[in-house]
Design a protein around this ligand. Structure first.
Ligand SMILES: C[S@@+](CC[C@H](N)C(=O)[O-])C[C@H]1O[C@@H](n2cnc3c(N)ncnc32)[C@H](O)[C@@H]1O
Length: 260
């Protein structure tokens, strides 16, 4: 089997599939300007505002030109350009990966070896999402899979095959209920599930990046991470909308284990 072939988990076991270079331009976060402009008619004011914002958003435009599945790619690019988390040859777990722009960035940075003109070497990227996700060349994609479930985590361990992860990142977000404190609590629980799993799989010196919405539990989460990592930072990349409460917690240099 060629080295470019990766595993795609269909929720019923592991199936080997031959993947091809794939870049989606049809995902909802991606731009399809003409169609979307036509779609403005008859939409609610909030949908119209959302569509207008998408159409005028420079990161949405860049995502289209640079073939990323959505604008979120630039959040990870900005963070990684500053903190150099993703290096060639590393093993990366991407939780909440759909539609796949973070996975695309991770593959580019850990699997793609320009000097060898292709996807070679030890780099390993595993993207997991509850939603459907189309394949990404060079990555293992576990779609329609709940990261917090035992089965999904076991599948990740199977793919890792005894290897430890260098970076665990989470852009996971629950469907927003509109109740800020409830949404905050749910996303914080997802962050704790990322930390718990990281304690099992992360290499000493490894890093965790996880997204949350600001709220009352932020400080406690930060303190918990402080017991696990040498350095913890709150990060807000410029691609993260200023009017959003979204922030990222970055824990660098994993040192040990802490209880919640
Ligand atoms: C903001 S999107 C991620 C975007 C992605 N980082 C990218 O760049 O394309 C958040 C994702 O988290 C996923 N998610 C939420 N809870 C999850 C869970 N328990 N397990 C796996 N994925 C989850 C959602 O399905 C959604 O696709």
């Amino acid at each position: 089997m060629a080295s470019l072939e990766r595993v795609r988990h269909l929720g019923v076991g592991i199936k080997m599939v031959a993947t091809t270079v794939f870049r989606c331009s049809f995902h909802s976060s991606c731009v399809h300007r003409k169609t979307k402009l036509n779609n403005l008619k008859g939409k609610s004011t909030s949908s119209q505002e959302w569509l207008k914002r998408q159409l005028n958003d420079p990161y949405v435009k860049r995502a289209k030109t640079e073939n990323y599945r959505c604008r979120s790619a630039f959040k990870l690019i900005e963070i990684d350009d500053k903190y150099h988390l993703l290096q060639p040859g590393l093993a990366v777990i991407d939780c909440g990966a759909s539609p796949g722009s973070w996975t695309q960035v991770a593959v580019e940075r850990v699997c793609y070896d320009a000097s060898k003109n292709g996807y070679k070497g030890e780099g390993l990227v595993i993207g997991i999402d509850l939603q459907h996700m189309l394949p990404i060349e060079g990555a293992y994609v576990l779609h329609q899979s709940d990261f917090t479930s035992k089965e999904t985590q076991q599948t990740i361990l199977t793919i890792l095959n005894g290897r430890q992860a260098d970076v665990v990142m989470s852009d996971m977000a629950p469907s927003a209920s509109g109740q800020k404190s409830l949404d905050h609590d749910i996303i914080v629980d997802l962050c704790y599930s990322v930390l718990l799993f990281s304690r099992r799989v992360l290499k000493p010196g490894g890093h965790v990046l996880c997204k949350l919405w600001q709220g009352s539990e932020l400080r406690k989460l930060e303190l918990t991470m402080g017991k696990l990592f040498e350095n913890v930072k709150v990060v807000k990349p410029s691609a993260s909308r200023q009017d959003s409460s979204e922030i990222f917690l970055l824990g660098r240099n994993f040192v040990g284990k802490a209880e919640r």
